[in-house]
Design a protein around this ligand. Sequence first.
Ligand code: C2E
Ligand code: CA
Ligand code: CA
Ligand code: CA
Length: 276
Amino acid sequence: SKDAGGGVFNVYEPQLHVAAEERRVLEIALRGALENDELALNYQPVVHAGTGALTGFEALLRWTHPTLGPISPAKFIPLAEDARLIAPIGEWVLRNACAEAAKWDDDIRIAVNVSPEQLHNPAFVAVIAQAITQTGISPDRLELEVTESVFLREGTGAVRVLEHILQLGCRLSLDDFGTGYSSLGYLSRTKFSSIKIDRSFVQSASKGVREAIAIIRAVVALAQSLGMATTAEGVETEEEHQMVQELGCTKVQGYYFGRPLPTDEARHLATRRKRG
Ligand code: C2E
Ligand code: CA
Ligand code: CA
Ligand code: CA
């Protein structure tokens, strides 16, 4: 009602009220998550579609709150972006992922997700350069995954930051392709090594949705003509693997090949040659 608590919150929207309160609580908790050692990385295998050989891992961030338990990145990453926490968290991710990859066989790549907010900060290039030099990994083993949304805000310098990342010798991949802003102009301007085809297309295609099959086929053709690889995301079954392979995808990733793994399990898979 109007009299209670200054009438700021509408009593007919309890849902909104709870969400705002939860956000506030999580944001405060997230501020301490780095210091309190509550963050960890998992590593999901990426394999060659034809041979099934391991080509690399994607680092995926995990947050376990001491009382609330595990919190999904889909929930806390946007929160970190809004609360300006993504820079320090992203730096932590990058440094830890590179340090871990330094222990792997040197033909195994590491992919790290990067938020648009990070790319709008010119100092981010120095963060990457430092992670590479401090861990001693070859820059071409580091792949930065960005989404189409970075191209939404033109004139923010993000494209220039991407250019600098390429100059360091790192690779770029275009994540969640086809789910966001879709002007294709930037594909000719920025040299991506690979395009990641979102799981939603893989899922629909495996259900026989013709449009989804046509889109995957078109993306593969586009990527090939631009000299880029394609990674099918979220492959969960042998049938889906078969299908995306037949459609010409270069690499595959998904529960069928491996879930995101804790550090030691990923390391075991990534050190086959080192262990002899
Ligand atoms: P993404 O980059 O598209 O990562 C793929 C997501 O799909 C991951 O979810 C992964 O666990 C999940 N996945 C992989 N294979 C399968 C499958 O076969 N089936 C299904 N159903 N899901 C599969 P996760 O780990 O919950 O991450 C969600 C999103 O959070 C990521 O989507 C990424 O956008 C973001 N994220 C995760 N870690 C980081 C990070 O270190 N930095 C930033 N900026 N974003 C991150
Ligand atoms: Ca990704
Ligand atoms: Ca993705
Ligand atoms: Ca995604």
